[in-house]
Design a protein around this ligand. Sequence first.
Ligand code: AMP
Length: 400
Amino acid sequence: MKILVINCGSSSLKYQLLDMKDESVLCKGSIERIGLKINGGEENVIVKVGDDKFTYDKELKDHVAAFNEVKYILSEGEHKVIDSFSEIDAIGHRIVQGGDRYTKSVLVTEKVVKDVEELAPLAPLHNPAHLMGYRACLEVVGPDVPQVFVFDTSFHSTMPPKAYMYAVPYEYYEKYAVRRYGFHGTSHKFVSHRVAEKMGKNIKDLKIITCHLGNGSSVAAVDHGKVVDTSMGFTPLDGFMMGTRSGGVDPSVVTFIMKKLNLTPDEMDNILNKQSGVNAISGISSDDRDICAAQNAGNERAILAHEMQAYEIAKYIGSYIAAMNGVDAIVFTAGIGENAIPVREKVVSYLGYLGVTLDKDANGHRGEEIVISTPDSKVKVAVIPTNEELAICRETVALV
Ligand code: AMP
């Protein structure tokens, strides 16, 4: 079975074609600047086949044109990996917000599309863009190829009300669906199941804390296979500091600064989402590689950014140990979690009271699946590379 995974943004489209016979990736890549002018040199189309990477410029007026380009890349162009687009058995889409309506992945029907449309106010930057991707696929492949929506929020749908409610007027929940939803669910599910497998245990017998640390970051408490709490909230802004996002701050800071600088809600939203986090504290970059380099050079604000980040992550871990009354395994994943050796070391240094001991040699590895706690550590700590595309493919296969 060949499954195409699509992750569509308002001006971008990421694609990955997998052969589910052996879960191998046949081709993957991305198209940026959809609907925008291309002046040359942007190399907005990326194609990766095995270890080879090809890039080129192409102006694509909309998502249908972009998806037609994907069809050309995969089945017609010089780097094609299949003879005909009809070899694709199904398409799986990443959808950010499923609200409390979708606790599982679903085969797309008109009702599902309508629901995702109605949920757009909760994810205005994402859900409409995902639907543009879905409609472009439908136009190009027709209704006979099944399409599946896999929601970032589904895995978190098991949270109890005490974890997802906010202490604001109750009618905001009733009228506007204001509550914690959580994101990165596909990743938290993938790595929590994988660590259980690696430990040779049933996930239903384990208490796991998963730390997805990338440009966007979240921590989740997975108690006997079910999420009981997670750090992201109503939107992916909540939690702890990220590349450019503030994470949780005293809400009064928001109203104070808005009044002081006479800002509109959109301007404040932009500051909290795009001009805060590691980027703001370090004054250098949102990219952790730059922060690591600056830290090594003794830059005090880079050191502070890393210290704040690790401290906040450790506090979340501590609170989720309380929420689950224990922990058997802690997992690090995503760009920073898989690669940033000093961040993992610093976070684990707060957990000595648990009897967690780090194997420094093992922690010296990057981007590979590895246990980084010592054999006598009371809690297993592991790095598990996430693979959201593979998870989406598996969900798609299960449904079709
Ligand atoms: P993601 O959103 O999962 O793609 O993660 C992106 C983040 O991972 C960025 O902050 C990158 O700097 C960080 N990252 C990727 N590779 C490394 C590395 N080798 N060392 C430190 N951070 C890394």
